[in-house]
Design a protein around this ligand. Structure first.
Ligand SMILES: C[S@@+](CC[C@H](N)C(=O)[O-])C[C@H]1O[C@@H](n2cnc3c(N)ncnc32)[C@H](O)[C@@H]1O
Length: 471
């Protein structure tokens, strides 16, 4: 006999779905996956062919900003709701619908979780386990609170509290879909073939809670279903054949585990391939002003003016970013982004070559940017970044291998370990750069760098075209 009403809530929700006109294939079932720590999920009980409809949800069962026109109590504040950012408006609407015992969405709202593991709900002590992960700066809890106070509080919703706003806003972050807005009769035919859910935030989309569609879990590239939208209904279709017994997975995107944790409150091994380590450009640039950071590389610190000129050129060339994400190399691109290589290259270029680049149009190709010096500087930058974490990659490996960590701590260790693993791989990669240093602004000194890699005397580049090969 269950004590938490989990199954009863599921059953009420399933009957409500059919009243709302949701049609679910007899070959799919909403099931209890709590033993796998996944809450509810949808599982195939029969085989699905590619493109087969798993369930269809009519637009009338969807909860979004358009819903308020049917909610009498919200009509007086309709304009305020329309003026808010979409996630805030949906937060207000769900708060109001949750308050009303006669809300037509009550059996659906009762299913949404009370406890969440998204980072907004972590204590400071729990967050400190993420160590130097930049995700901690992206939680945005206090700015969200300001918005709740300035936009939602004045609406006078009965059950308003900051805590409840956080819960609802986090649910929206992990459950809502951005779907193409319903087109009017006159517009019909314009976008009828556009059946993909858009998540690019274009004006024609509307942030919506879609009952049942949001009961699908996700696990990186294990997705086997996709939401397709037309003007009347939203259909969850198989994107490949699904065998009876398999879980039906949606696609939450190729998120690094840090962002998965921030937005969805969980991590799995399958997202490891998308992990990133973030390098903050401001911190990076300060290294080039110091004497200590690159000791042993025959590299003089840059004046503030020189550094600014070089970063301005990087901006002109479209390679300057506030932060750079280092990732594992993937078919879509290398782990160390071209833009970061280009920034380093510009910072390390000798004066004459820099001037030539100013007067030219365009940066050299990636293979020219990967000079030995760029690689050496990158190695140092990545090592410094790795040292910002309080524990080493090996410490974290031992912690994870020992197991028995509390749930949130285990997730935090996986995130920070993943970021360090990205940095280690990037260090190995940068150490292989062997491109010529002849245009690099190395101190004029007869010395050698790059132990074991085609050693040659290092000369300050004069830009002279007839510089011969030294080997
Ligand atoms: C859109 S909901 C999916 C339905 C959810 N399982 C439920 O019971 O309400 C997204 C949430 O499901 C959970 N989730 C999704 N995929 C998961 C996975 N592979 N492992 C663990 N939890 C997952 C996370 O809590 C996430 O925030």
């Amino acid at each position: 006999m269950e004590v938490d009403g989990f199954e009863a809530k599921t059953n009420l929700f399933l009957s409500w779905l059919s009243q709302m006109g949701v049609i679910m294939s007899a070959k799919a079932a909403l099931v209890d996956l709590r033993t796998g720590a996944r809450g509810r999920g949808v599982v195939a009980t029969g085989n699905f062919d590619e493109d087969e409809v798993i369930f269809a949800v009519p637009r009338s069962a969807v909860l979004n900003r358009n819903t308020i026109s049917s909610t009498k109590s919200m009509r007086p504040v309709q304009q305020e709701i329309f003026d808010m950012p979409s996630w805030l408006a949906l937060t207000a609407i769900i708060l109001e619908e949750s308050r009303r015992p006669d809300s037509q969405w009550a059996p659906y709202l009762a299913l949404l979780p009370r406890q969440l593991d998204n980072l907004a709900f972590w204590s400071d002590a729990e967050l400190s386990e993420l160590q130097a992960s930049k995700v901690v700066d992206k939680i945005g809890k206090s700015s969200a609170e300001e918005m709740f106070s300035s936009s939602i509080a004045p609406l006078g919703i009965e059950n308003y509290s900051i805590q409840e706003c956080h819960r609802v806003a986090s649910i929206i972050m992990s459950y809502a879909f951005d779907i193409p807005e319903e087109t009017s009769q006159e517009d019909e035919g314009v976008g009828e073939d556009d059946d993909l859910v858009s998540d690019d935030g274009e004006e024609t989309t509307i942030l919506s809670m879609i009952p049942l569609a949001d009961m699908l879990n996700a696990d990186a590239d294990r997705n086997n279903a996709r939401l397709c939208c037309d003007n009347e209904k939203l259909e969850m279709r198989a994107i490949k054949s699904i065998i009876a017994g398999e879980e039906i997975f949606n696609d939450y995107g190729q998120l690094p585990r840090s962002d998965l944790l921030r937005r969805y409150g969980y991590v799995t091994e399958n997202y490891k391939a998308f992990d990133v380590a973030e390098i903050c450009t401001k911190e990076l640039l300060s290294l080039f002003r110091s004497k200590e950071a690159f000791q042993g590389l025959n590299l003089n610190p840059l004046s503030q003016e020189d550094l600014e000129n070089r970063t301005e050129l990087a901006e002109r060339e479209g390679v300057f970013e506030e932060a750079y994400d280092i990732s594992h190399p993937r078919p879509e691109g290398p782990g160390i982004p071209d833009a970061l290589l280009a920034l380093f290259y510009l910072i390390l270029l000798d004066k004459q070559s820099l001037q030539a680049l100013y007067d030219s149009d365009g940066l050299p190709s990636r293979s020219k940017l990967t000079t030995e010096l760029v690689g050496q500087v990158l190695v140092i930058v990545f090592q410094l970044r790795e040292n910002e974490y309080a524990t080493s990659l090996e410490d974290d490996e031992a912690l994870l291998a020992a197991g028995n960590l509390p749930h949130r701590m285990s997730m935090a260790v996986q995130v920070r370990h993943g970021e360090k693993a990205v940095l280690r791989a990037a260090i190995r990669d940068a150490a292989t750069f062997t491109g010529s240093n002849k245009r690099m602004r190395l101190e004029r000194k007869q010395t050698s760098i790059g132990e074991g890699k085609g050693k040659r005397p290092i000369q300050e580049s004069t830009g002279s075209k007839k510089k011969g090969r030294s080997r």
